[in-house]
Design a protein around this ligand. Sequence first.
Ligand code: DGT
Ligand code: CA
Ligand code: CA
Length: 610
Amino acid sequence: MAVHNADIARVFEEIADLLEIQEANPFRVRAYRNAARTVGDVRIDLAQTIAAGRPLPKLPGIGEDLDEKIHEIVATGTTALLERLHKELPPTITALLRIPGLGPKRVRMLHRELKIRTLEELARAARAGRIGALKGFGAKTEAGILEAAEAHLTKKQRFKLAVAAQYAEPLAAYLAGGRGAGEVVVCGSFRRMKETVGDIDILVTSATPAAVMARFAKYPEVRETIARGETRASAVLACGLQVDVRVVPAESFGAALHYFTGSKAHNIAVRRLGQAKGLKINEYGVFKVAKGAHGKGREKRIAGETEASVFASVGLPFIAPELREDSGEIEAARRGELPKLVELGDLRGDLHAHTKATDGKNTLEEMALAAKKAGLDYLAITEHSRRMTVAHGLDPQRLAGQIEEIDRLNERLVGITLLKGIEVDILEDGALDLPDATLAKLDLVVGAVHSKFGLPRARQTERILAAMESPYLSILAHPGGRLIGEREAYDVDMLKIVRKARARGIALELNAHPERLDLTDVHCRMAKEEGVLVAINSDAHSVNEFDNLRFGVGQARRGWLDKADVLNTRPLAELRAGLARRQTRQPAAGAKTRHAVKRTRGARRAGAAR
Ligand code: DGT
Ligand code: CA
Ligand code: CA
């Protein structure tokens, strides 16, 4: 049975969780967490590498011991260490860590004092008032725990797009390798590049559906078959992901592709357009309903072989899957105003990346060469600033050293240029974490919020607006701050931020890391409408992560962005000119970075007086 990188990552993550609950050495916990992230991000399939008898690629933070564990997981699906930990703590207990307010210490205590092992037991204990009675908890904490536990219990698990890709793409390739299989396409929310997918929908064209069904049932990762008919089947994979497979004849390919790509709301809207023209649209084709002599409908197939033919039958041009949410795409298509969506190949550079100097895994040169290999012409190195002590953030001296190093390196690099940048922390009062004199030496400054996520809306918004007053800020990093499935976006007035970005000539980042995908599609559209550029950045911490740009581009397309809306589609010279213009802008009168908040207040008063 195939073990995917995501499975290996999950084992390491679980080990880290369990060790943490046991209050093991924090360095050991961190080593497993880092390993989980590294393995989860690497694009080479480790199990296949082992199966081919090749040594594993040299992965940062993966020494001999972890290398051995990877082999063990690939061979057995688990490791002796995890099995031992399972004897000491119930495996279900790690789910408790996902509840806000429950850290490892509290989870350990709940287990010791109340024998709580699962989310269900947690909710039950909270309802009975047994948690509030524990030392250090209290009634308010208990109510919060209960609410969160119930929310987790009712929510159907969704998979992050990048994780779903690890399972869906090999399965599609497997089905395509079967006898009699024609086109094989992963449809549904996956094809629309949604941030998360509920299940995987695979469309197969074939004249022999029974063979396709049989091959699917034999897929080694199928854990349980839920339904199996002549042309459709549903199964759950070992990882918990559900897969629906549907077989249609080749002449229905376009109609079925359109139907199973969805969204449902889009399909309904298109079908309604068809009805108005006397057409019936379903997964087999587009049919003209001709009234026969006796009033009985006779159907004639008029389209369905391609998706374009389905759209054409209702008078529309082709609409890209990422736009199909019934959120204005049909009206735009009818008016001939669909955006010409940005493509991965349009990206000329990447404006957010880290190296070993802080919490990245590779050297400057390794990152530069990997960016070049990914087809990019430039890469901005944007380490964390000093406030991020956990990431070993840079102070002015260390940054000065890196600047020199980049200058030297650029002299010998061919076909790739490194830009000098920083991911500077936006402090609680909106000041930036490094002095202006330091920021002035850089090609670009990416500003980011990494602390105080819980500020009330007005203060959080003020804080970010204040940071945007800096004449040096070029890009606002991951503007919403969410981690998909783990942390909600912080509460801010995004329209105000977008408008400030417009006024100050600042770009908003679309962070392409699969856990972030931040800007959201809605905020991409808002940025576009307000005339603000978006930078699609990998935020790469290792050479493997430039591949994540494809998910960022998917998100940008969901946000209706075309090439011109994206900052890093610009050739280097044009980008540099734009950044230089931005930096020569004069700071607001009397501005001092440290007093940024006061300054905005003053500026607003001045504005009101005008
Ligand atoms: P998901 O799986 O929750 O991430 O979202 P989808 O969009 O993949 O939804 P899913 O898997 O339930 O269905 C796949 C596609 O099949 C959906 O996007 C559109 C189509 N579909 C499903 N049910 C219906 C329906 O009742 N009517 C129409 N017109 N299309 C449907
Ligand atoms: Ca689906
Ligand atoms: Ca489905």
